[in-house]
Design a protein around this ligand. Structure first.
Ligand code: FES
Ligand code: FES
Length: 159
């Protein structure tokens, strides 16, 4: 057991956590942020994708204590004053979600992509989302969603 100190969605916090607690379980069960989803629980589906210091990370393969003094972001931290971020609006307007279970992971992977590369090619989008699996959409709408997100970001909306 130790005290985990981190910045989560822009706010500093400290929590007592077991050394073997996964970041996914910390977010969902300790903090109560259930937007990050448990899918395969084994590093294969991307449903648990979050950002650590702006980089996408699979929270089901990450120990919570490894986030010590880092910046962690989840889908709950994206909107500002009720305004959706570019990635969220892209998925909403291009119907990039059906059941929606995979969507938070795709959205976070998209945010990570747009922060690295605000103007990604379609190939670049496919590579960036290559660790995320969707069982519903067939991916066409998801690619369109990310293209719209990039356009909205270019117009000034935060990714
Ligand atoms: S739940 Fe983490 S990759 Fe599937
Ligand atoms: S929208 Fe259902 S798994 Fe992707």
């Amino acid at each position: 057991m130790g005290i985990l100190e981190l910045t989560l969605n822009g706010r500093r916090r400290a929590d007592a956590v077991p050394d073997n607690l996964l970041l996914l379980d910390y977010l969902r069960n300790v903090v109560g942020l259930t937007g990050t989803k448990t899918g395969c629980d084994g590093g294969e589906c991307g449903a648990c994708t979050i950002l650590v210091d702006n980089r996408p990370r699979l929270s089901c393969l990450t120990l919570a204590v490894s986030a010590m003094h880092h910046h962690v972001e989840t889908v709950e931290g994206l909107s500002r004053d009720g305004t959706l971020s570019a990635a969220q609006r892209g998925f909403h307007e291009r119907l990039g979600a059906q059941c929606g279970y995979c969507t938070p992971g795709f959205v976070m992977a998209t945010v990570g992509l747009l922060r690295r590369n605000p103007d990604p090619s379609e190939d670049g989008i496919r590579v960036a989302l290559g660790s995320n699996i969707c069982r519903c959409t067939g991916y066409v709408k998801i690619i369109e969603a990310v293209k719209l997100a990039a356009a909205l970001h270019a117009d000034g909306l935060a990714p």
